[in-house]
Structures are given as structure tokens and as C-alpha cells.
Design a protein around this ligand. Structure first.
Ligand code: DX5
Ligand code: ZN
Length: 228
């Protein structure tokens, strides 16, 4: 399957997280927010790296019939190398693995070999130094703004120092890298993340748990754009 265009590196992007959508009508939920979706964020949890389970490649394959957007698959799993090929075959465009699981160089090589856009994630308590050595080899750095595992948690403002450090390194190195934040992002917190240097905003409950998800995504975009 051909990967969809991720768009210009560094552009402001809204990435609705389907974790907070109604899984019984997932296709309709995704279609409903399509006009305000730059990337669709797909949260994959294995019950081991995080204390929750969510979905796997069959759901990605099914969703491909409902969306032509870039699928940004966030693998909160202990052994992502076992599943990368299945996600690529299912229609993932980018995959993000966590630096905490180790074996990062090999995982980057594997993602590249599969034609995936390459993402690397860091948990809130993981220092910037843990991801810094990989910045020149990846397309996306995901700085978690909650401890991963569940939607609907509160934004951790203390992580903004790490976002700012990442933005400084990206700019200083003229690196072609997107900087994503995920967790507790809403129209109040998004401007803070954007001011610190983030350009990709993942939001689950602030979009799908609202009565008007499309309007909520638009409001998030407007609030973020005002902070650029
Ligand atoms: C957290 C996930 C997030 C989550 C965000 O483990 O990686 O993508 O869905 O949900 P909200 O926006 O509700 O914090
Ligand atoms: Zn996520």
C-alpha cells in the first residue's frame, strides 16, 4: 500500500485520536471529523507496555475504507518489532515506537525498510537526552504530555521544557522533523504546547467526547493557530 502524504514538515497539524471515539461506529466517527483531520492518530496498546489494550492491525485495515488521511500509529507496545510489518500492510503511514522499549536503532531501520514514516516517543519521565541521539534519523518526535495508557487525563505542563528543548535542537540542527504532543490537549493546553514548539497536536477526548466533534477539532485548530 502506498503511504499517504504527511504534508509539510513543521506545519500545524491536528491529529484526532480515535481512542476516545465510539468503537461501535468508528468509521462514522472518523468520517465526521475528516474536514478538520490532518492526521488520524491510532493508539495501539498491548496491556504490557501500558496497562490497557486497544486495537491492532485489523482495525487499521478496516478504517482505511473510511479515511484517506495519513494514519499516525502510536505503538504503546513492548515489542513493536513484532507488529510493524502487519501495521504497514494494514495501511499505517507512520508508526511511532517508544524509546523506553529499547532497540531503537533496529526499529528505525525496520520502519524505514517497510516504507513507514518513522516516529519515536518519549514518556513524561523520560529525559530529552534519551531521544536526542536519534533526531537526525527520525521524521517525528512524540513528547507525551500524559503517562500513556488512557484517554482523558490531565495535561502535564512540566513537560513543556522538554518540548522546548526538542524544538531548539530541531531548529539548531535544521532537522526535518515534526514535533508532536499527545495527552490532555484541548483549546487551553494546545496553545501552550505550540508556544513551546510543538506542531502536531493529538487530541482524543477534546474532540470525540464533545457533542460536536468537528466543531471541537476546528476550535482546537483555531486556538493552536493563534499561538503560532
Ligand atoms: C494516551 C494516548 C493518547 C490519548 C489522548 O495513552 O496515547 O493518544 O488518546 O487522549 P486525550 O486527548 O483524551 O488525552
Ligand atoms: Zn497516542
Amino acid at each position: 500500500m502506498t503511504a499517504r502524504d504527511p504534508g509539510e514538515v513543521g506545519a500545524l497539524r491536528v491529529a484526532p485520536s480515535i481512542l476516545s471515539a465510539d468503537f461501535g461506529r468508528l468509521g462514522a466517527c472518523v468520517a465526521e471529523v475528516d474536514a478538520e483531520t490532518d492526521w488520524l492518530h491510532v493508539d495501539v496498546m498491548d496491556g504490557h507496555f501500558v496497562p490497557n489494550v486497544s486495537l491492532g492491525p485489523p482495525v487499521v485495515a478496516s478504517l482505511r475504507r473510511y479515511s484517506e488521511r495519513f494514519f499516525d500509529c502510536h505503538l504503546m507496545v513492548s515489542e513493536p518489532g513484532r507488529f510493524l510489518e502487519a501495521f504497514a500492510r494494514a495501511g499505517a503511514d507512520g508508526c511511532t515506537v517508544h524509546v523506553e522499549v529499547g532497540g531503537t536503532d533496529a526499529l528505525i531501520d525496520q520502519m524505514r525498510g517497510l516504507g513507514l514514516r518513522v516516529g519515536l516517543a518519549a514518556n513524561p519521565d523520560t529525559p530529552f537526552a534519551a531521544v536526542e541521539p536519534y533526531l537526525a534519523r527520525i521524521d517525528l518526535l512524540l513528547v507525551m504530555t500524559v503517562v500513556p495508557g488512557f484517554g482523558g487525563q490531565s495535561f502535564m505542563g512540566e513537560v513543556m521544557d522538554k518540548v522546548a528543548a526538542a524544538r531548539a535542537a530541531i531548529d539548531a540542527g535544521r532537522l526535518a522533523l515534526d514535533l508532536e504532543v499527545d495527552g490532555g490537549i484541548d483549546p487551553v493546553t494546545a496553545p501552550r504546547a505550540v508556544a513551546a514548539g510543538a506542531n502536531v497536536l493529538v487530541a482524543g477526548s477534546a474532540i470525540f467526547s464533545r457533542p460536536d466533534p468537528l466543531g471541537a477539532a476546528g476550535a482546537l485548530r483555531a486556538a493552536a493557530a493563534a499561538a503560532r
